[in-house]
Design a protein around this ligand. Structure first.
Ligand code: 2AM
Length: 188
């Protein structure tokens, strides 16, 4: 059987924004709730999850991503606010939201979805909602105090998005490890 890799396409973050997220996440982690926190160095903004793909399809995927973003103008994103999926009463995922750039990110995800259809990837069924996952709730133990702390506001500095990355995800017992496989730049 062909070897496969678990992949997704995402916007990576500048170190300064990563640092701000770490600063916000630390006190939440300290509550000791039953949450699998995403390592700050792994936090990213997913545009399209591809799942397991044959290794030899990597170049084709990257080519489609390059085509999809080539004529897109670089744009500015500001992260702001936090919440939960499906909601904060019974969250499965805790996230940071987008203040500025949400429409541009949605447009990018649509472009990517369209560019990947000829390669056999289905259009996402759920509407795209740009977010950065902070943690995944395992059980509700201790979660209410984390949610209380999430009343503290979060806002990042604005940053420029001028490329997207194809990531590989290795699911290790200690958590997923993400590696950049390639980059697609916007040329406007
Ligand atoms: P999430 O942050 O909302 O969990 C790598 O797993 C990335 O792909 C994550 O950012 C994750 O989004 C996203 N993703 C989207 N759909 C997924 C799925 N069905 N399984 C795993 N990850 C998925």
């Amino acid at each position: 059987m062909a070897q496969t890799i678990r992949t997704f396409i995402a916007v990576d973050l500048p170190d300064s924004v990563r640092h701000a997220i770490r600063h916000y996440q630390e006190p939440l982690k300290d509550e000791g709730a039953d949450i699998r926190w995403v390592r700050t160095e792994s936090i990213h903004l997913t545009l399209k999850f591809l799942g397991e793909v044959p290794v030899d399809q990597k170049d084709e995927i990257l080519k489609a991503a390059v085509q999809a973003v080539k004529s897109v103008q670089p744009f500015t994103v500001t992260l702001s606010g936090t919440g939960g999926f499906p909601d904060l009463k019974n969250p499965r995922v805790l996230w940071v939201g987008i203040l500025r750039g949400a429409q541009e990110l949605t447009d990018l995800s649509i472009r990517l979805n369209n560019a990947l259809i000829p390669l056999g990837f289905e259009m996402d069924k759920r509407p795209f909602k740009a977010h950065l996952t902070l943690g995944r709730v395992r059980s509700m133990r201790g979660v209410s105090s984390v949610i209380e702390r999430m009343a503290d506001p979060f806002e990042s500095e604005p940053f420029k998005v001028n490329e997207i990355n194809l990531f590989k995800s290795d699911l290790n017992p200690t958590g997923a490890v993400y590696t950049v496989l390639g980059c697609a730049k916007m040329e406007g």
